[in-house]
Ligand binder design. Structure first.
Ligand SMILES: Cc1ncc(COP(=O)(O)O)c(C=O)c1O
Length: 370
């Protein structure tokens, strides 16, 4: 079995031709730093997500670090977090000099299991980091409730989840902080870029300064911004107008892109039922995934990946569990649900580029066995 001699990729960059005209205009406008396009992009994202405090940044990694700092996480503090994510989520905790406290995951979704949080809370705990794995919304109500009981801030890493909703509301908009990624292969891209949503107006204003050296760009400049006092140093985390121009064009297409991902995911949820050796993840009625990636659990996973590759279908685990790396070896704990999840999980192509033919081929191929 092979797929007409080509490989169905797991990721593909979406870039509309129509980006060229506005991009040209920005590139030759004489201003390509953080300027009017960034502001316009932030306004458009605020409107799309229903979140008033939006900061466009150079990456989600920066957004996570900024969120942690705004949440008051510093050296020696603890952040309860999931290992099943991109390294960016947890290395941002390390960058703040803080300690990742690994929580086990829900075996039905791969998301942080809120039932694991309570027993991990110590006086040093400052925040909980949740990741919406593949776009599938985490158990936010339960997470908020335990976080509230212990005075912990909640940061949502929604890098996979542009378009995902929880109880009808866009993820990332109701916690203390929400972070999105516009890196190359996300639902929408600015080549590299990120977004930080802050619930609180004062965290937003502080974040606005800390993304640009701590300088208040809105204060009245008499000599550029030379004499503006920096009360608190910040990073260079802002987005630029070139990236924002691409983002504004991408935003026109993102709902259609997300719908295509979802349609393919729904197809697999129908077609892959009742196949021996295949287990599907949970589908709860109160939330909708943007299906950035589509994870299933299979027996003999490594053989599955090899056989699918031989048939022209790229599949992968996508992210290594973060607690496995040497750099965090000191904080390893027993996580039996995660162990069982990562032993069988694999992601299959689900994105906008997967045609009806492609997805049927993939489903047939899985049904045929490996
Ligand atoms: C869950 C998660 N968080 C954060 C990031 C980091 O995003 P960025 O590349 O925009 O820094 C990624 C990147 O893929 C991710 O998958």
């Amino acid at each position: 079995m092979s797929h007409a001699g080509r490989t169905i990729p797991l990721f593909k960059v979406f870039m509309p031709e129509s980006v060229m005209e506005p991009l040209r205009a920005t590139l030759f406008s004489g201003y390509i730093g953080q300027g009017p396009r960034v502001e316009e992009f932030e306004g458009a994202l605020s409107a799309r997500l229903g979140a008033p405090h939006a900061l466009a940044l150079n990456s989600a990694t920066s957004g996570l670090q900024l969120a942690l700092r705004l949440a008051g996480v510093g050296p020696g503090d603890e952040v309860i977090t999931t290992p099943l994510t991109c390294a960016a989520t947890n290395w941002a905790i390390l960058a703040q000099g803080a300690v990742p406290v690994w929580a086990d995951v829900d075996p039905a979704t791969g998301n942080l299991d809120p039932r694991a949080i309570e027993s991990l809370v110590t006086p040093k705990a400052k925040a909980v980091m949740v990741v919406h794995w593949g776009g599938y919304p985490a158990d936010l109500d339960e997470t908020w409730s335990v976080a509230r009981r212990h005075g912990l801030k909640v940061i949502e890493d929604a890098a996979h989840a542009f378009g995902s909703t929880y109880k009808g509301v866009h993820v990332g908009t109701q916690s203390d902080f929400g972070v999105f990624s516009f890196q190359a292969i996300k639902h929408m891209t600015t080549v590299d870029g990120g977004l930080l949503l802050a619930r609180d107006a004062s965290a937003y204003s502080r974040g606005k300064r800390l993304r640009w050296y701590g300088i208040d760009r809105e204060a009245d400049p008499t000599d550029l911004r030379c004499e503006n006092d920096v009360e608190e140093w910040g990073w260079k985390f802002h987005m630029n107008d070139v990236a924002a121009t691409i983002g504004l064009e991408q935003l026109k297409h993102v709902d259609r892109i997300v719908a295509l991902h979802r349609d393919n995911a729904a197809f697999y949820d129908r077609e892959l039922r009742n196949i021996p050796g295949v287990e599907l993840l949970a589908l709860r009625r109160d939330r909708e995934s943007a299906s950035w990636i589509h994870t299933i659990k299979v027996d003999a996973r490594d053989e599955f990946i090899a056989v699918m590759r031989s048939r022209g279908v790229m599949t992968s685990r996508v992210h290594e569990r973060n607690d496995k790396h040497s750099t965090v070896a000191a904080w390893r704990r027993r996580l039996p649900q995660l162990d069982a999840f990562v032993a069988r999980m694999v992601c299959i192509p689900v994105g906008w580029w997967v045609s009806e033919d492609d997805r049927q081929f993939i489903a047939n191929s899985i049904r045929a066995g490996w």
